[in-house]
Design a protein around this ligand. Structure first.
Ligand code: ATP
Length: 306
């Protein structure tokens, strides 16, 4: 019996391995399919920006066929101005930035940059024009200089230092034993949330994009880092078309336009003062954050419709 058990057990292992490989191949093909969907069309031209006005024109979107995420989302970010998006967790804020970056294509409507549909321009030129400071910056297991230079392959050391200085992270880097050659990432020095976000800001500054997307960290940074990052954000957003996905309303009070997203629909829009005067969901949110500033960090709309 034991003589039979070993080969049968071995066959079982092989069977599971083959099944797993097939599942992996299936996933690979579905990824390739997805990639095919957003491939450049044969006659695509490079994006040409002139101020970089961003327009979402009546956009509907779903990741999966049976669950719509965005409904008739329609707004314009005038060239060189800042628009902020606030809303419940899951309302579709980050989806807007994924669509602008063309990780996915819209189901209905269009996204235009200076009048050019993002589906009609090369992905390389599109992604060169957009800089993203994400919520949680992924650092490569490499030097801090490499991690900053990633924004612009071939950047000189002087460029890297200038970007780090503008992102107020130069002094911190210089204080490390290996300076710009310090290894960071999972296997190197662990940076705090604020330090990582500053690396991302330096990366973005080096890239010098026409459009900036700032995905504000959900988790609270200490208030000193927070203030420093907000000040830097203001600086780099100046005269640059900027989309802020905001979790703290204090960050966005001076944005040219604030959109309140609710379950994939724009529920309110206007400046901070206009929205306060409208006395709707945004005004409620603002009041709550003023009363309990620490509580409002994770999701500014939480409880707004209680
Ligand atoms: P948060 O404030 O928590 O970051 P958000 O408003 O940015 O949330 P999105 O990340 O845009 O929300 O997600 C909107 C909805 O889309 C959520 O319900 C989410 O579950 C769904 N979703 C996001 N990414 C995917 C994906 N890759 N596939 C399927 N559904 C997704």
């Amino acid at each position: 019996m034991i003589q039979l058990y070993i080969p049968l057990n071995f066959l079982g292992v092989i069977y599971r391995e083959i099944k797993q490989s097939l599942a992996d191949m299936e996933r690979l093909f579905s990824l390739l399919d997805q990639h095919k969907e957003i491939a450049d069309k044969p006659d695509t031209q490079a994006l040409v920006t002139n101020g970089a006005e961003v327009r979402f024109s009546h956009v509907d979107f779903s990741y999966e066929t049976n669950r719509q995420i965005l409904f008739d989302v329609d707004f314009t970010i005038a060239a060189g101005t800042t628009t902020a998006v606030v809303g419940h967790s899951g309302s579709g804020k980050s989806t807007l930035s994924r669509l602008l970056f063309r990780f996915y294509d819209v189901n209905q409507g269009a996204i235009l940059i200076d009048g050019q549909d993002v589906r009609d321009v090369t992905q390389t030129s599109l992604r060169q024009a957009i800089g993203i400071v994400p919520q949680d910056t992924v650092l490569f297991n490499d030097t801090i200089a490499y991690n900053i230079a990633y924004g612009k392959p071939g950047a000189s050391h002087a460029d890297i230092v200038t970007a780090a200085q503008s992102a107020y992270i130069h002094d911190f880097i210089e204080s490390l034993p290996d300076g710009y050659n310090t290894m960071v990432g999972e296997r190197g020095l662990k940076l705090s949330g604020g330090e990582k976000q500053r690396v991302a800001i330096a990366r973005t500054l080096l890239k010098h994009p026409a459009i900036l997307i700032f995905d504000e960290a959900t988790s609270a940074l200490d208030s000193k880092s927070e203030q420093a990052i907000q000040a830097q954000l203001k600086e780099i957003a100046q005269n640059r078309t900027t989309l802020i996905i905001a979790h703290r309303l204090s960050t966005i009070a001076d944005a040219a336009q604030i959109l309140v997203l609710d379950k994939g629909r724009i529920m309110e829009r206007g400046t901070h003062m206009q929205l306060l005067a409208a006395d709707g969901a945004y005004a409620q949110m603002w009041m709550r954050q003023q009363a309990r500033p620490d509580e409002a960090l994770a999701s500014p709309l939480e409880g707004a419709d209680e």
